[in-house]
Design a protein around this ligand. Structure first.
Ligand code: AMP
Ligand code: ZN
Length: 501
């Protein structure tokens, strides 16, 4: 089997994945800043790492997955000046900052559950790690890598580079270019060098979120929390750090500088970045006004949407592209994804309902078991190739053909043989449900799903009306199914229902 390789942003190439102490894997992912509802773009990034977490677990690693909640320190504009995003929202809404944090953390959890993302092993918050952050600032000052200025503390890029650091190595930014980009920003006078970044910020009394420190009342810089929390729970060097592409610079570049500064070695072995969800080629973001909330997507209640799409349709849509490619949102692509997802789930339903029954006198044709084993192998190979879910889905559709052949009896259980049948069932179910996290959805309205007993009862009525040749009523039952997004499959050997593709 091809070994697992992952694209490492640091080396700009795919590398064989070798954990520091297998079977354990440490995975850290930058979580949301909880000042607003998560949008679909954010969801794409979290989905990428959910899939990675699922796959690593599936192949036997014991993963400690840490995904933080940013509840202080992330300033409007992502730089060192300006208001705290949460503090600003608290003022606007006349609420306590922690009420804002709680409201949007709850929303974040609800959305992830709706899209079937697994919870992380640890979900630490920045405000819950104030002591660790203050200690880290002290240590960086002691090591000559940071300095105080007017009650704020800045990381000293020049001192860091003199001591063996390479600021810019993750994002590939050249220091001179950075200087040109940064020079015009305001609030630089406190800094020795415009590139230096805040690890502690002095806060005036009107600032809602402030803590006592050796440098006066203030709050930690945005980049520091991830360094402190990843180190605390995963060690000074750990396996994988993930986040969206837009976090490469400055956030992750600064995390490397802080981690290296504190511990004299790089904090992370593999840096992974998920590409952006775009709308008409533009990054989906709240500030550009082109973002959808997951709830709008499900209801279809948004000017850019032709109709509503279910969470699993969206999950399938996202998994159909490789995480390092941009993914452009469009109604056409989502409609195609809806069809694809339903085809796959119809296959899953059929397969789950099947049990092996040998046909008398039919010899096993080994061709089928070979093919199934090859597809299973190909599924592993696709995911081992930098988590290529797009290719993996293609192989699942190849397996789906076998399932449909079994259903229509073009292929019999006897020809397949019990071992091959079990392999088909395990492979299809495991990769769809455990690895890709796709599952069957409730029928009918997401808010008021139709009970399964209702569907079964209506199907019984259909059979009854058909036997009595009451064709008007038969048609009425068909219409009922259609309204639920289902179709009746009236076959010679069986009457059943399926999701309408
Ligand atoms: P934030 O709450 O702004 O810190 O973002 C949370 C996560 O969502 C980060 O990892 C971002 O990189 C990611 N993100 C933001 N916008 C997009 C987008 N349009 N597509 C994919 N990921 C995004
Ligand atoms: Zn982070």
């Amino acid at each position: 089997m091809q070994p697992l390789s992952l694209y490492n942003t640091l080396s700009r190439q795919k590398e064989r994945f070798e954990p520091i102490s297998a079977p354990h894997v440490g995975l850290y992912v930058c979580g949301p800043t909880v000042y607003n509802y998560v949008h679909l773009g954010n969801l794409r990034t979290f989905l990428t790492f959910d899939t990675l977490f699922r796959y690593l677990t599936f192949v036997g690693y014991k993963v400690r997955y840490v995904r933080n909640i940013t509840d202080v320190g992330h300033l409007v504009g992502d730089g060192d000046e300006g208001e705290d995003k949460i503090g600003r929202m608290a003022k606007l809404e006349k609420l306590e900052p922690m009420e804002i944090v709680q409201r949007y953390t709850n929303n974040f959890h609800d959305v992830l559950l709706q899209f079937n993302l697994l919870p992380p092993s640890i979900e630490p918050t920045a405000t819950g790690h104030m002591i660790e952050q203050i200690e880290a600032v002290k240590e960086l000052i002691d090591k000559g890598l940071a300095y105080e200025s007017n009650g704020s503390v800045y990381f000293d890029i020049e001192a860091y580079n003199r001591n063996g650091g390479q600021y810019g190595k993750l994002s590939g930014r050249i220091l001179d270019d950075l200087l040109n980009e940064t020079r015009e920003l305001d609030g630089q006078s406190e800094k020795r060098n415009p590139l230096d970044f805040a690890i502690w910020k002095n806060a005036a009394p009107e600032h809602l979120m402030r803590w006592p420190s050796p440098w006066g009342m203030g709050f930690p810089g945005w980049h520091l929390e991830c360094t402190c929390m990843s180190t605390k729970y995963l060690g000074t060097q750990f396996d994988i750090h993930g986040g969206g592409m837009d976090l490469k610079f400055p956030h992750h570049e600064c995390e490397i500088a802080q981690g290296h500064g504190l511990n004299d070695h790089d904090p992370v072995r593999y840096w992974m970045h998920s590409n952006m969800l775009t709308v008409n080629g533009q990054k989906m973001s709240k500030s550009l006004g082109n973002s959808f909330l997951p709830s709008e997507l499900v209801s279809g209640n948004h000017p850019l949407l032709d109709q509503g799409y279910s969470p699993m349709t969206v999950r399938f849509f996202m998994l159909q592209s490789h995480y390092r490619s941009t993914l452009d949102f469009s109604n056409e692509a989502l409609k195609a994804a809806q069809k694809g997802y339903r085809r796959l789930i119809n296959g899953l339903r059929l397969l789950k309902a099947m049990t092996f029954e040998a046909d008398a006198d039919v010899p096993i044709d080994p061709k089928h078991s070979e093919e199934i084993a090859n597809y299973r192998q190909a599924l592993y190979d696709a995911l081992n190739d930098d988590l290529n879910t797009a290719v993996a889905i293609g192989h699942l559709f190849s397996l789906l053909k076998k399932i449909n052949q079994l259903d229509t009896r073009q292929l019999t259980m006897g020809q397949l043989g019990e071992e091959a049948f079990d392999l088909l069932k395990n492979t299809f179910v495991q990769f769809i449900e455990d690895v890709l996290g796709l599952q069957e959805e409730p029928i009918g309205s997401p808010h008021r799903p139709t009970p399964a007993a209702m569907i079964t009862g209506m199907l019984d009525l259909y059979r009854e009306y058909k036997t009595q040749r009451l064709y008007d009523k038969v048609d009425q039952v068909r219409t009922y199914f259609k309204a639920q997004g289902l179709v009746i499959r009236d076959m010679k050997h069986r009457i059943d229902w399926a999701y309408e593709e």
